[in-house]
Design a protein around this ligand. Structure first.
Ligand code: ADP
Ligand code: MG
Length: 233
């Protein structure tokens, strides 16, 4: 089962040298909600996501997943210990592995027995409509299919938190729209907490329950969305 994890950032700052990228960010993400981090290129979205993933350490502040401290100034729980799944813009699939082997990787890291592993891989691939392509190599897939594989890999271990960094930006606009709707449906079905970075306002409005606007290293505004009736606050 997917766990329902809330995420809390308290006074989180980050700098590249003397360039402050995130400046005392306070944010609470409700368990099971889908939050879009929206803002122009260079505003610090990926940096914030990397802190959530454990790929960087904050200079100041604390990050909590539920009642577990995962990062503070100068210390960070590594990604593999965080119960997260992540989808990147460039898919980041391993080219020498088949689709099934790519999706199985997070389960192997967790020492899931082979039989269960195969069953869960096929289940995750079915959820993204790719069960028939399990034995292909990534190079034999379209961009949209590769991103579906990355999505299956992110959800296969049923993590408490899913992190997305502009996963649709490399796709053409028709595919972007259909995959966006598909991901929205899947995320709601799973009920896991998701943080979705994008610079595309429409994508954010389609997908998210809340939109957090980042600007100049700060949270500029937080807006609630309902999928049926549009903006509510
Ligand atoms: P976004 O994802 O919103 O486009 P980023 O988080 O990637 O923004 O970057 C935020 C700021 O940090 C930008 O000004 C960028 O130039 C700077 N930056 C990002 N990565 C590095 C790096 N490795 N070294 C120095 N500066 C960086
Ligand atoms: Mg980015």
């Amino acid at each position: 089962m997917f766990a329902f994890t809330d995420i809390r950032l308290q006074g989180v700052s980050y700098a590249f040298g003397t360039h402050t990228v995130l400046n005392h960010i306070d944010l609470h993400i409700q368990p099971g909600s889908i939050v879009a981090l929206l803002g122009p290129s260079g505003c610090g979205k990926s940096t914030l996501l990397r802190l959530l993933a454990g790929l960087s350490e904050p200079a100041e502040g604390e990050i909590w997943f539920g009642d577990r401290l995962v990062a503070k100034a100068g210390w960070s729980l590594p990604p593999e210990a965080r119960d997260i799944g992540m989808v990147f813009q460039d898919y980041a699939l391993w080219p020498h592995m088949s689709v099934a082997q790519n999706v199985a990787f997070p389960l192997k890291m967790r020492n899931v027995p082979r039989g269960e592993c195969e069953q869960r891989v096929m289940q995750a691939l079915s959820m993204v409509g790719l069960a028939e392509l399990a034995q292909r190599k990534p190079a034999g897939l379209s961009g949209g299919q590769q991103q579906r594989v990355a999505l299956a890999r992110a959800i296969v271990a049923e993590p408490g938190v899913l992190l997305f960094d502009e996963p649709l930006s490399n796709l053409d606009s028709a595919l972007r729209e259909s995959l966006c709707h598909e991901m929205s449906r899947l995320l709601r079905q799973l009920g896991t907490t998701a943080v979705y970075v994008t610079h595309d306002r429409r994508e954010a409005e389609w997908l998210a329950d809340r939109i957090v606007h980042l600007a100049s290293g700060k949270v500029e505004s937080v807006r609630n969305i309902t999928s049926s009736s549009g903006e509510i606050a």
